[in-house]
Design a protein around this ligand. Sequence first.
Ligand code: AMP
Length: 540
Amino acid sequence: MDGLMMDFPLTLAHLFERAAAYFPDTELVTRRPDKTIHRSTYREFHARVQRFANALKRLGLRPGERVATLAWNSTRHLEAYFAVPLAGGVLHTLNPRLSPADLTYIMNDADDRILLVDDVLVPAWERFRKDVRPQHVIVWGHGAAAPEGTVDYEALIAPELPVFAIPRLEEGQAAAMCYTSGTTGRPKGVLYSHRALVLHSLASALPDALGLSASDVMMPVVPMFHVNAWGLPYTAVMTGTKQVFPGPHLDPQSLLSLVQEEKVTFTAGVPTIWLGILEALDKAPKAFDTSSLKVMVVGGAAAPQSMIEGFERRHGLHVLHAWGMTEMTPLGTVCRLKPHLQRRPEEERFRIRASQGLPAPLVEVRAVGEDGAAVAWDGKAMGELHVRGPWVARSYFQNPAEADKFTMDGWFRTGDIVTIDAEGYMRITDRSKDLIKSGGEWISSVDLENALMGHPAVKEAAVIGAPHPKWSERPVACVVLREGARATENELREYLEPLFARFWLPEAFVFVEAIPRTAAGKFKKSALREQLKDFRFAGT
Ligand code: AMP
């Protein structure tokens, strides 16, 4: 119809060109593995991304093909965030903390054609190298010769032209992908379209969402392999914001020194990171100047109220609690107080701020009770959270197995159990998915149970997550031994050791007579959690 808007695809190409045109001198800072600082600008970034995109084409990357990264947060990783999708490919970030078996499965499932590896993560890659078949492996090195069978990134891009003819990109085409844990069985891939990433960046930058501007200095502590560092590097390119990448050094001293030296205003990460920082600040409140910090976004697991209070009361630092998921690019809700709530007593304000908050614009939520109807907004009735919106996945990549998570009427079932109060603030109270989140990383209880039940002395085993002061949750294995059989905690741990990543191993084993079951004969995890509600890990 005449008089309507032009057909303007929402793609990362626009964000990319905008940063270089209007913010060419804005800095990109990375802490290298040897702890020295690397500085560049959006101007240099713009040229290097185009060189890299030309190199990807020369290597034969075809539209829609996946390019994997195994890397910490760095400016080079940001180059891949743009070069791969601008060349028509799909950026697939791998989590180096996963077990070699999971990394093998994920790379093969995604059919990654090219792999980019940080030199410091080459040993992690060596552990599954023989089981995967990328056509090219490119190493992000620091002067040393690239290992045999790999190409050095700088040598690869140096001869290329700094001008790349971006092909016509459709907003609906995939730009990036991440895998998330399956409750049972294999990890599942989620594809992010250009449109989803652009709209997500726009909404995320709004002042009542995460809020990002060209005047900020943004340090993503959340890894770039965790849902694109929550989309923040894309958002920051859109807003022309200076970015500070901590590389492999995520200890409190390294992070606090970056805050001080780079005058970071905005940072984001999981509770385990902030709990470590709070401890460091409590021990030595004056050791670092943190006065530039305006907001610390906490998500990925519940932010403890005592942590939010501790930062604010003892150090004048503001924590902003947010909730999201891999399937949601990931932003779902943000907890900012509505103006009239800001006038409530301090105690109540902190209580609300520990909830997961209100949905970002364009995200719709509903909490569905056991009867299938939406629960009342009374802060008490519990229901499973369903979400929908332009950056919510509509299926998993090549995986019909968990199709029931996507409802017939267009909602995604999150597996989080929530209440919603009269103001619309959502609070997570439980999780229906059989997973444990430790330090921001998933652990499958079912996989641990199945492995434990393979031990000759074990009759039954159920694994639940128990609250942990540092890791948010840690796995506790409840074990029923066969009649007459014996096994110690150490024996069981040693039995699991070769099968899982170290952080998966149960923190504690509890020997029980029986495991509570539902009428259908399944383990009743809610009853088990209730039985163990006073459980404390040794030394906590
Ligand atoms: P992921 O897909 O790995 O980002 O994990 C998403 C899941 O992590 C959610 O469905 C929640 O179970 C949990 N989660 C994320 N953010 C929070 C939060 N702020 N509070 C409590 N749980 C969270």
